[in-house]
Design a protein around this ligand. Structure first.
Ligand code: AMP
Ligand code: ZN
Length: 499
């Protein structure tokens, strides 16, 4: 199997990837907290790990990919105690069952993953389905002397942990001394903790709290970080290969997860920690609570003050590929327009390539060598910590050659039939299997997305016409015409078809 290198956030360097069991990979990625619609920042993280999952499979690994759903325990403000559970709060405000909230946003999340062509994980466990495992973990950590009970809640003893193992803060680059002096004055249960850096692993439920389970210490609910320790151990074992998530999860979430796993098993959960970087919107972290976000739906309709037009899901996926997962990615209208051009150029190159047929008698000259080395380079870049922008750059150099082969500036006689076949295979592998892009063929989308988008566009056209906004309605007509889409108006409304 081809050797790959992975940047390990824990060691802070690139390492050669050696799976625990030959040919197999266990990978756990923290999933969404389903109390609101996913924003594009969340989508970036899941698209990023989708490409990693796809590439590992492409290399021949049998991957068990576990991505959880957080449906209890994640408190407001991400701190670990004293504030309300995000899902519980939403349920209270909307006067719904917490599980109704969970179902609604989990469905929305799945839909969005499908729209972005993100493969489903092999196991998608939910925190509420693993309360027993979490209670067992709390007990084990208490038995190992690294947690204590206080008024029905249980806290992880970070100072003891730091003294015993010396790794608390290593992942996120924090010092235990700093953590101990960090004040979290907005937490009402602060006085229950022995040290400010301790965190809750079991929380006694306040009377108004909607989600609660019977445990030896109180009727309560688990701390957010515990679910990932419990579910990764259950499905991937006490030690697995890759643990991932967005970079903002390093602290406190992953740091505390490591502490808990030590608390139960005496060692860290995984060999490689991988963290994706943040999606920014015009230079600032995309975040719903700060009002600095674009929802996927706004992107697909262009209805956002940040955008001049609509962008399709595959253009957005392509846009994400253009930047390495460890770099920040700034979403701007200009960058999306450039991505749209890039996506089209790649897909057109792919179409032209698949239509090329070899005349026979090709020779393995310089051009043949160049094509083969660009293909090798693309795979080597993917194997170097999943460097999608570099791999794309090689594919674009190949697109230039493909266009010249078609235009006659280069000759297929200078390429062997074998190389042409390899080139075709490489483009199919990269575009569809590894990058997970789809052809945006308007006429043949069976998933309803295109229909939904088209209906919306036709509705907007109708509104514009009703309002005598001829500028907008003409613009819509011209763009549709450019895309070879014919709109027919009738009494029942407008319908569309591909010319
Ligand atoms: P949450 O639903 O808040 O638990 O987040 C789900 C995932 O989205 C986590 O892995 C976060 O790290 C990730 N995430 C949140 N905001 C962003 C962002 N602006 N860019 C990239 N990933 C993000
Ligand atoms: Zn997690």
């Amino acid at each position: 199997m081809k050797e790959i290198q992975i940047y390990n956030s824990y060691s802070g360097k690139k390492e050669i990837f050696k799976p625990i069991h030959e040919g197999r990979v266990g990978m756990y990625v923290c999933g969404p907290t389903v109390y609101s619609d996913v924003h594009l920042g969340n989508c970036r993280t899941f698209v990023g790990f989708d490409i990693i999952y796809r590439y590992l499979q492409h290399l021949g690994y049998k991957v068990r990919y576990v991505r959880n759903i957080t449906d209890v325990g994640h408190l407001e403000g991400d701190a670990d105690t004293g504030r309300e559970d995000k899902i519980s709060k939403k349920a209270r405000l909307e006067q719904l069952e917490p599980m109704e909230i969970v179902q609604q946003y989990m469905n929305g999340f799945h839909e969005m993953m499908k729209i972005f062509n993100v493969l489903p994980p092999n196991i998608e466990p939910r925190a509420t389905g693993h309360i027993i495992e979490q209670i067992e973990m709390v007990q084990a950590i208490i038995d190992n002397g690294l947690a204590y009970e206080q008024n029905g809640s249980v806290y992880f003893d970070t100072l003891k942990f730091a003294e015993k193992y010396g790794v608390y803060g290593k992942l996120s680059g924090r010092k235990i001394e700093d953590l101990l002096t960090e004040t979290r004055d907005n937490l009402k249960n602060q006085d229950e903790k022995r040290h400010p850096s301790d965190f809750a692993i079991w929380i006694k439920a306040a009377p108004e709290h909607l989600m609660r389970w019977q445990a030896p210490w109180s009727v309560g609910f688990p701390g957010w970080h515990l679910e990932c320790s419990a579910m990764s151990t259950k499905y991937l074992g006490e030690k697995f290969d890759i643990h991932g998530g967005g970079g903002d999860l390093k602290f406190p979430h992953h740091e505390n997860e490591i502490a808990q796993n030590y608390g139960v098993c005496g060692h860290a959960p995984c060999n490689y920690w991988m963290h994706g970087n943040m999606l920014l919107l015009e230079g600032k972290k995309m975040s719903k609570s700060d009002g600095n976000s674009i929802m996927p739906g706004e992107l697909f309709t262009g209805q956002s003050k940040h955008l001049t037009k609509a962008y399709s899901p595959m253009v957005v996926r392509f846009f994400m590929l253009q930047t390495h997962y460890r770099s920040t990615l700034d979403m701007t209208d200009d960058a999306l327009q450039a991505a749209e051009k890039g996506y089209r150029r790649l897909m057109e190159g792919q179409k032209v390539l698949q239509e090329l047929s070899h005349p026979g008698n090709g020779k393995a000259g310089d051009l043949d060598k160049e094509i083969n080395s660009l293909i090798d380079l693309a795979f080597n870049d993917m194997s170097d910590d999943f460097n999608t922008p570099k791999a794309l750059a090689s594919l674009f150099e190949l697109v230039t050659k493909i266009n010249s082969l078609k235009g006659g500036q280069l000759s297929l006689g200078d390429v062997t039939a074998e190389t042409l076949e390899r080139l075709k295979q490489t483009f199919n592998d990269f575009i569809f299997d590894i990058f997970g892009l789809l052809t945006e063929d308007f006429a043949s989308s069976g998933d309803g997305v295109v229909d939904g988008l088209m209906n919306l566009i036709l509705e907007m056209r109708q509104t514009a016409r009703t309002n005598k906004d001829w500028g907008t309605s003409d613009k819509i007509r011209d763009v549709l015409k450019e895309l070879d889409i014919v709109v027919k108006d009738s009494k029942e409304g407008a319908t569309w078809s591909k010319a």
